[in-house]
Each structure stands twice: as structure tokens, then as C-alpha cells.
Design a protein around this ligand. Structure first.
Ligand SMILES: [Zn+2]
Length: 456
């Protein structure tokens, strides 16, 4: 166990001492795993020294023998839903869950809150609700919807990290999807300020042509969201990014068949990045019970062979980051009584569990912790341009996680801070326990001390 942060003996702390010193025999730094002491002042990492350097601190936190110090995770794909659908999730519950899962920064999606974040005015409404409720740092994505091209530049100037668009139905009526010509026009607009477009890539025409068989059978749901819908839409994103020179990011990649096309486009210089999610890396279609709508998300969880190839895509560097797509709804919207996949809300809520889910599977596959943390911390920080996040290094914010990588637990939905703890991971044995999360040098506790972040 972690030794509680304790005041140093008199004489150690004095003028020149750090506010807090963290001592870790194992810490994941940009230079690899090292034994270090970290000096923290005013919430920033002011010194990283070899363990034994005896840095003096007003408080000292010494990690236990089974613990590793990680940089706080950055989750760039979270649906908070407040205001408007606060019964689905809110800033307080989402950010408590984040902290419990080792996530110290979230970037909130522009839907399913009301109003959606498609104008500066709407962004201000959302920020006003987040203030004073956030237990971790929070940034915001803007939304690109039909007719709001002229709002993109002002939103960028107001500090959003980029813009989300859908190429198919978003699931909520107030957030329309872009047609091909609109996608190109918005990407062209973004080149004026090097903005980033993040895309839900499923092709509506392919979806319309797929068999639509409602009911409890997962196989029927999977057939209704074919891999071809993803690959067709991703090809369109690549063409549009290539033609305009804009930066585009593929959200929640599930279809591994698209990986060679993505790799080829990147090799050609197309400015494209890609994410996948814990559920695609740990759950598979063969084991989704019929009627188990907690597993429903779009694009869907596919077969085991597809999952193996997604892992290879990560190891090959074709997939850049792993983020949760935490997308909760109220329990009744998951249609627990009927178990009808067509009627249930699509979305897996996993903000509190993402690290343990991915690490459990990575460990089974022989993938080192350092790589997992890179995909979930430095990777997303780089994606959104948060230079002060995502690493244990001098000058960065002291966002730190005390993690016990060999400790195990069984997922108990009752212990999740998510407002609606519906989860496909209920009862699952996971490896890796978050024992403490520090935000800018302070252990996350009962007071919401998160800040609202701007791009840059
Ligand atoms: Zn999402």
C-alpha cells in the first residue's frame, strides 16, 4: 500500500523545499521505467531526480513495493451530457469516475448535452455548468453540424480542441450528420487555422442497405452495422483530408479491415490519426450474450479475429490512441426488459474501468504497461495538443496515478461513480488497481478542484 503523504521531519522542509516530493521505485517516465523522486511546486513537476537524491518536500509520498507511478491518463472521448441530459451523466459523476480510474483530463464531446456545443454561446452554457463540479481537468470539443461552418472559427478561438462530426445518424435529433460536400467544406474551413476534425465514420448508405432485424440476437445487431460501413466512411474521410490538407481523426475504430488503407494514407502524408476503445480490445462478438444490450455501441464490437488485428494495429503504430468513448444513458434506455439491440441506446460507459480493462488484456497478450500508458496518456495529450499533460517530466502538470499493476479486483457496478453504472464488465476479473490519483500535485478527494482547459 501507499504510505500516506506525510509532513517531512522538521529540518527537511524549509526554504527551497518542494510542496510535495513523490518517491517511486518504479515510475513510467518519457525515458522509460525509472526509480525517481519527483519534486512538485505549485502543481507542476519542478524536478525529477534519481531515487535516493533526498529531495526535500513539505509533504512526502512514498510508493509501496507493488506500485508504479504513472502520468495521469488523458481521455479525449467522453460524453458528459450535462446540461440537458444530466440524468445520463454529469460533470461531477463523470469526473469522479475519471479520477477513480486514473484519468486526470477529459475532453467532453459536443453531444448529447443540450444544447450541443455547436456555437460559442452553447460552449459558454456548458462551461458555466462544468465550473465548480469537475474533479479532474476538463476540455471541450466543438461540433460540426449542417449549417454551422461559420461557427467553427469562433469556437476554435474560444478554446475548443477541435470539432466532431458524424457521417451517419448521430442518434440524437439536434446533432445532424454531414454529407460529403459539407465534410469537405468544413475541412477546408479548418485549414485556415489548422483545426482538427474528429469523425464518427460509418457510411449511412451502407447502413441503409444492411439487414435490419430488431430483437435480442447480437448477431442480428452486428449484421446491421457491417464493417463495410466503417471502411467506406473512412475512405471518404481520407479522400477529404487528402484533398483539403486538413487534419482528420477517426473516432472509435472497430473495423480492423480498414487498417491497411489507413496505413497507406498516412504513408502518403495524409494527416490522419486514429483511436480505438477498451471495449473493442477486450470484448468480442462471439461472447456477447443475446439480449445483453450493455454491450451495444456503434460501431459495434466485432469478432475475436478482428480484435487481434486491432491489437496489431496498435503495436504497429497505425492506431494512435486508446480512449473510452464513455457514452452512458439511463438504465431504461438500454432496454433491459426487452433486450432489443435495435431499440437500446448505443454506448459503453467505461471511464472508471478503461485502464484496468486495457491493461488486463495487454498483460494477457504480453504487451508492456509502458505501451498501454503511452496509448492512454501521452498519445491523447499529443492528439489534442495539451503540452502540459501526459508525462512525468519537468514542466508538466503534476497529474499522477499510483497504480498497482498486479493487484486484482472484480467489477462491482455498485462501486462505479458513473451516474448509471450499467456495464458489460460487471463481474469481470480485472488486473490493475488505481490506488491514488493526483491532480496538479493534490490527491483527488472530496473537493472538485478540476480546471477548465483551453486549447494551446
Ligand atoms: Zn462517442
Amino acid at each position: 500500500m501507499t504510505t500516506a503523504a506525510t509532513p517531512s521531519p522538521a529540518g527537511h522542509a524549509g526554504p527551497g523545499a518542494f510542496d510535495l516530493v513523490v518517491r517511486a521505485a518504479r515510475a513510467l517516465t518519457p525515458a522509460g521505467e525509472q526509480a525517481v523522486e519527483i519534486g512538485i511546486t505549485d502543481g507542476r513537476i519542478a524536478a525529477v531526480a534519481p531515487l535516493g537524491a533526498r529531495l526535500a518536500g513539505g509533504e512526502v509520498l512514498e510508493l509501496g513495493g507493488d506500485e508504479v507511478l504513472l502520468p495521469g491518463l488523458v481521455d479525449s472521448h467522453v460524453h458528459v451530457n450535462e446540461p440537458g441530459r444530466t440524468e445520463w451523466e454529469g460533470f461531477a459523476s463523470a469526473t469522479r469516475a475519471a479520477a477513480a480510474g486514473g484519468v486526470t483530463t477529459i475532453v467532453d464531446m459536443p453531444l448529447n448535452s443540450l444544447p450541443p456545443t455547436t456555437t460559442v454561446e452553447n460552449l459558454e452554457v456548458k462551461k458555466a455548468r462544468a465550473v465548480g463540479q469537475a474533479f479532474v481537468d476538463v476540455g471541450f470539443w466543438g461540433g460540426a453540424v449542417p449549417g454551422n461552418t461559420a461557427d467553427l472559427r469562433p469556437l476554435h478561438d474560444a478554446g475548443v480542441f477541435g470539432f466532431k462530426c458524424f457521417l451517419a445518424d448521430s442518434g440524437v435529433p439536434e446533432f445532424g450528420h454531414l454529407e460529403s460536400a459539407e465534410l469537405r467544406a468544413d475541412l477546408a474551413e479548418l485549414t485556415a487555422f489548422d483545426g482538427l476534425m474528429i469523425v464518427h465514420a460509418e457510411d449511412p448508405h451502407t447502413l441503409e442497405g444492411a439487414p435490419q432485424e430488431p430483437g435480442r440476437r447480437y448477431a442480428d445487431f452486428l449484421a446491421s452495422r457491417p464493417a463495410k460501413a466503417e471502411s467506406t466512411a473512412i475512405a471518404e474521410v481520407i479522400d477529404a483530408a487528402r484533398a483539403t490538407g486538413a487534419r482528420a481523426h477517426v473516432l472509435h475504430l472497430s473495423d480492423a479491415d480498414s487498417l491497411p488503407m489507413i496505413a497507406a494514407a498516412r504513408a502518403d502524408g495524409v494527416r490522419l490519426t486514429v483511436e480505438t476503445c477498451p471495449h473493442y480490445l477486450s470484448l468480442d462478438a462471439e461472447h456477447v450474450p443475446d439480449g445483453a444490450t450493455a454491450y451495444k455501441c456503434c460501431p459495434p464490437i466485432r469478432e475475436t479475429d478482428n480484435q487481434d488485428r486491432l491489437w496489431q494495429g496498435l503495436l504497429d503504430g497505425v492506431i494512435d490512441v486508446v480512449v473510452t468513448d464513455h457514452s452512458p444513458a439511463t438504465a431504461d434506455l438500454k432496454e433491459p426488459a426487452s433486450g432489443d439491440f435495435a431499440a437500446a441506446w448505443g454506448g459503453v460507459a467505461s471511464l472508471q474501468l478503461g485502464l484496468a480493462v486495457v491493461w488486463t488484456e495487454a498483460r494477457r497478450r504480453g504487451v508492456p504497461l509502458e505501451q498501454v500508458v503511452g496509448w492512454m496518456s501521452a498519445g491523447p495529450a499529443a492528439l489534442v495538443g495539451l503540452g502540459r499533460k501526459g508525462g512525468i517530466a519537468v514542466g508538466k502538470d503534476a497529474d499522477l496515478v499510483v497504480f498497482a499493476p498486479e493487484a486484482t479486483f472484480v467489477v462491482d457496478p455498485g462501486r462505479l461513480h458513473h451516474k448509471n453504472p450499467v456495464t458489460p464488465y460487471a463481474g469481470r476479473d480485472l488486473t490493475g488497481v488505481v490506488r491514488r490519483t493526483l491532480l496538479r500535485g493534490r490527491t483527488v478527494g472530496d473537493e472538485p478542484e478540476g480546471a477548465l482547459l483551453r486549447r494551446g
